[in-house]
Write a protein that binds this ligand. Structure first.
Ligand code: PHE
Length: 457
């Protein structure tokens, strides 16, 4: 058995966990979700949900991980064999997510180069630039489906082979502060554009009348994905943490950092997009196509564009390594295999499966199958992969987590772990008990049902 890794410092753990949480979800999804679901009122709702529900589940994951000092599957196996499947679902979710996340990370790298060397080429026709990159012109998209994703996955694999403290921790300690600085530079650029302040103030107006069922669901779904919950990642990261550290404070710090970055991303993106007269939305099409108009219209736009994709790259990389670590820890520990070899093989397999994701965008026309308000639908294969993880597997894993910790492992044993055997106080114990046993499970069930259109939207 190889020796298990451990974080060298508490701040290293915090930055690594925040690195996992801060990802593409914060930067290219959150601003659009916030803008289209109620603006200022949504921000308040989101913050409440992160701290009530998100932090509850995160604390549960950290405590199971740290208590067992095992990977997500091993952790459940050692605490209660009946729940081993929960860890397996988490690992499967992470596995599928990294298949496509690794490819999108590659596209981001391509855009760093595109803005650095040929920004005018993007600006002439951003839509076709992106679509042809993905193979819409009928040529096999070598760059989008092979070269760049391969580079991105190779970097991810390399970091994981270096281990927990020498790899993940060291990289997070550099990339997270750098990400923060870049984001602040872009946010300042954005809010100082002519007319930006006015647009920002309009966005921030708090009008609770704008919130409805959809906003609550959007906030819940966004919070889970953004905090990297329900995929075995936080369990694994918690398992490398020393019992000396304060779990409650760490959880609240990670949730705060993730939310802070999401809010800053809103500041960076929303004003700049609105003054350019385009719509605020989210996802790949928005980040790779719409934002070109924003950069084009801005002094030194090519430079700020490049900076923006570097930001996305740092965010995507620290998330990707966390998912790979979760899977590698599982395979190497449970099957007792060499960690380095496992890392390389998993990296290659994920890259290969991810090709289906990229090719499904514009080249192959491959679809998946889903069920929603419209009955059976055949979404593009890429969307299908995201539905399976975001709407189904991730929430099921998070739900089972709460039920396990709240009802089976039990509040007392969890509290022992959370307080490091009584060393730290846990003033929020009463509230956390209600949240983990009742409120969080109900919220998650609502997310699952809504993913299948049960509420009619
Ligand atoms: N939390 C990351 C984001 O916001 C995504 C992620 C998902 C990271 C799953 C790890 C595991 O983009």
């Amino acid at each position: 058995m190889e020796k298990r890794g451990q974080w060298a410092s508490n701040i290293g753990f915090i930055l690594a966990a925040a690195g996992s949480a801060v990802g593409l979800g914060n930067i290219w999804k959150f601003p659009g979700v916030a803008y289209n679901n109620g603006g200022g009122a949504f921000l308040i709702l989101y913050i409440i949900i992160v701290f009530l529900i998100g932090s509850t589940v995160m604390l549960a994951e950290f405590s199971v991980g740290r208590n067992t000092q095992k990977n997500a599957v091993g952790a459940f196996r050692s605490l209660d064999r009946r729940f081993t499947w929960v860890g397996s679902i988490g690992i499967l979710t992470g596995f599928i997510i990294l298949c496509y996340y690794g490819h999108v990370g590659g596209w981001v790298m391509k855009y760093i180069f595109a803005y650095a060397t040929d920004a005018t080429g993007v600006f002439v026709d951003p839509t076709n630039y992106f679509l042809n990159f993905l193979g819409a012109d009928g040529n096999f998209p070598v760059q989008a489906a092979v070269i760049f994703p391969l580079i991105f996955m190779a970097i991810t694999v390399f970091i994981i082979t270096k281990g927990v403290s020498e790899g993940i921790e060291k990289v997070s300690k550099v990339l997270m502060p750098a990400l923060f600085v870049i984001l602040i530079v872009i946010a300042i650029r954005s809010v100082t554009l002519p007319g930006a302040m006015e647009k920002l103030t309009q966005f921030l107006v708090v009008d609770f009348g704008k919130l409805n069922g959809t906003s609550v669901l959007a906030a819940l779904g966004q919070a889970f994905f953004s905090l990297s919950l329900g995929m075995g990642v936080m369990v694994t990261y918690g398992s490398y943490l020393s019992r000396k550290e304060n779990l409650v404070r760490n959880t609240l710090t990670v949730c705060s950092l993730d939310t802070l970055v999401a809010l800053l991303a809103g500041l960076a993106i929303i004003p700049a997009v609105l003054v350019s007269g385009i719509e605020v939305s989210g996802g790949g099409g928005f980040a790779f196509i719409s934002l070109a108009t924003v950069f084009q219209g801005m002094p030194f736009g090519a430079f700020f564009g490049m900076l923006f994709y570097i930001l996305l790259f740092f965010a995507a990389l620290t998330s990707a390594i966390s998912i790979l670590e979760g899977t590698v820890a599982f395979v190497s520990e449970e099957l007792n295999l060499n960690r380095k070899k496992v890392t390389i093989i998993l990296g290659i397999v994920m890259f290969a499966i991810g090709m289906l994701y990229t090719l499904g965008q514009a080249y192959s026309g491959m679809t998946g199958i889903w069920l929603d308000v419209n009955g059976i639908t055949y979404p593009p294969f890429g969307d299908f992969m995201e539905y399976v993880t975001d709407r189904l597997l991730m929430p099921i894993c998070a739900l089972a987590f709460c039920i396990f910790v709240g009802w089976f492992w039990g509040i007392e044993r969890a509290t022992q772990e959370i307080t490091s055997g009584g060393k730290y106080g846990f003033a929020l114990k009463g509230i956390w008990t209600i949240l983990v046993k009742f409120i969080a499970p109900i919220a998650i069930i609502v997310i699952i049902l809504s993913g299948f259109g049960v509420f009619g939207f």
